[in-house]
Ligand binder design. Structure first.
Ligand code: DI6
Ligand code: FE
Length: 408
């Protein structure tokens, strides 16, 4: 805070090694003797210390002792707002049931819906903060949070209001996504089309009118909604001026990747069963592929997302936790990177870009965060490491030295 009052809110981190993740640079955008200056919460300089304008050295100065600075990490796909947990279903699956069998037996997403509906908004915030704190302790400065366990107007709004409140409780950027088309609630009595009418006709317009969501998402899957049903949700989202995302091709290939691309989606997520045509369509539309190894690992999926196809077509890849009580009770982006590398053979550079620059792109935030570049939010993570690969290599070890959000 002292630095904020001095020299126009100037702050300088010097004697650091930078992985700027800038698009224009090769690889990680490494600067060996680097410095980052922040003014009023924005990056005023990031680059070689020797080339920094002298005027920027007037404020509070922090000697980083040769530590590495990356952009603050971004978790671009979470269901962080939920109530209770599903450890009981985990035990069922350990005894041999599949995720789809558990869902069809009345467990799955619907059991989290019951728990969320019974919780107050305050309780949701209180139950979610420990998960958010765990992400932040690893240098996360931006988190996307979906609704999708409310599945009626009041409970979807409650979820999104609770998600928005997280940003007031902690120094972190929260982006909210309305995932009302996540599952069919029990009161819909099996009528998916009528529920989609409710989502498109009532829930989305109300959520948009109150400014509760930054984007709209859906689950396109046999156990959830068809591509035609999702298209109706997306048509409404577009009419309301909200960008879209999609849980696509996670358990089967319903060509969700193409559907997402057709609507210019910010991202299509999961994608284990996507094919060449899906990757080509995403590349053309600039839709980011969000890779979610936590869910793949936790439900012991065996079909890997077609990372090679994404590379061949030039599809950008983000990496996220998918934190949720059913398929990915994961609150570590560092471990998520390790999984993406170990399970899917993503490179260190791809993993680090996936939790910074590409995650920002998947949220439509690349103008404002995700790389160390002048004019962006001063969101930084400072690490006790010798080389960036350590962030991907270790499992269950947190080398964070300091986390800076908007210059503080
Ligand atoms: N795909 C998933 O993996 C999660 N949601 C989705 O659309 C699962 C959510 C849950 O089981 O609670
Ligand atoms: Fe998800």
């Amino acid at each position: 805070m002292a630095g904020q009052s001095r020299a126009g809110g100037l702050r300088l981190w010097r004697n650091a090694r930078l992985a700027t993740m800038a698009e224009s640079a090769a690889g990680l955008g490494i600067v060996e003797k680097g410095a980052v200056a922040a003014r009023d919460g924005l990056i005023a300089y990031a680059g070689a210390e020797a080339d920094m304008p002298a005027a920027l050295a007037q404020g509070e100065t922090i000697d980083c002792g040769g530590r590495w600075i990356t952009p603050g990490l971004i978790d671009c796909h979470t269901h962080l707002i939920h109530a209770g947990n599903r450890a009981n279903e985990f035990e069922m699956r350990l005894a041999g049931a599949t995720y789809e069998e558990v869902a069809r037996a009345g467990g799955g997403i619907v059991s989290s819906v019951r728990a969320l509906r019974a919780a107050s908004e305050d309780e949701l915030v209180a139950q979610t903060l420990p998960r958010l704190d765990t992400l932040m302790a690893e240098g996360v400065t931006t988190v996307e949070v979906k609704s999708g366990y409310g599945l009626d107007l009041d409970n979807e709004k409650k979820s999104l209001r609770a998600a928005r409140r997280l940003g007031g409780e902690r120094p972190v950027t929260i982006r909210t996504t309305c995932l009302a088309a996540h599952a069919l609630p029990p009161e819909a009595k099996g009528d998916k089309d009528a529920f989609i009418d409710l989502v498109a006709g009532t829930i989305l317009p109300a959520v948009a009118a109150e400014g509760l969501a930054d984007a709209v998402d859906g689950f396109c899957e046999g156990i959830a909604f068809s591509p035609e049903q999702m298209a109706r949700v997306f048509d409404k989202a577009k009419a309301l001026g909200l960008p879209v995302k999609l849980h696509a091709d996670q358990l089967s290939n319903l060509h969700g990747a193409e559907l997402a691309a057709r609507y210019g989606a910010l991202s299509a997520d999961h994608l284990e069963y996507s094919d060449d045509a899906g990757a080509a369509a995403m590349a053309k539309a600039g839709t980011v592929a969000t890779i979610l190894p936590g869910a793949y690992y936790f439900i012991r999926e065996t079909k890997k997302p077609p990372v090679d196809l994404f590379r061949q077509h030039g599809v950008r890849m983000a990496v996220a936790t998918d934190n949720n009580p059913g398929t990915s009770p994961l609150t570590s982006l560092l471990l998520t990177m390790n999984m993406a590398a170990t399970l899917f053979a993503m490179t260190v550079d791809e993993c680090l870009a996936g939790v910074t620059r590409e995650a920002a792109r998947a949220l439509g935030l690349l103008e404002g965060t995700g790389t160390l570049e002048t004019g962006k939010s001063a969101d930084l993570a400072i690490w006790n490491i010798e080389r960036p690969a350590e962030l991907v290599y270790r499992m269950g070890f947190n080398p964070l030295h300091a986390r800076i959000w908007r210059g503080q």
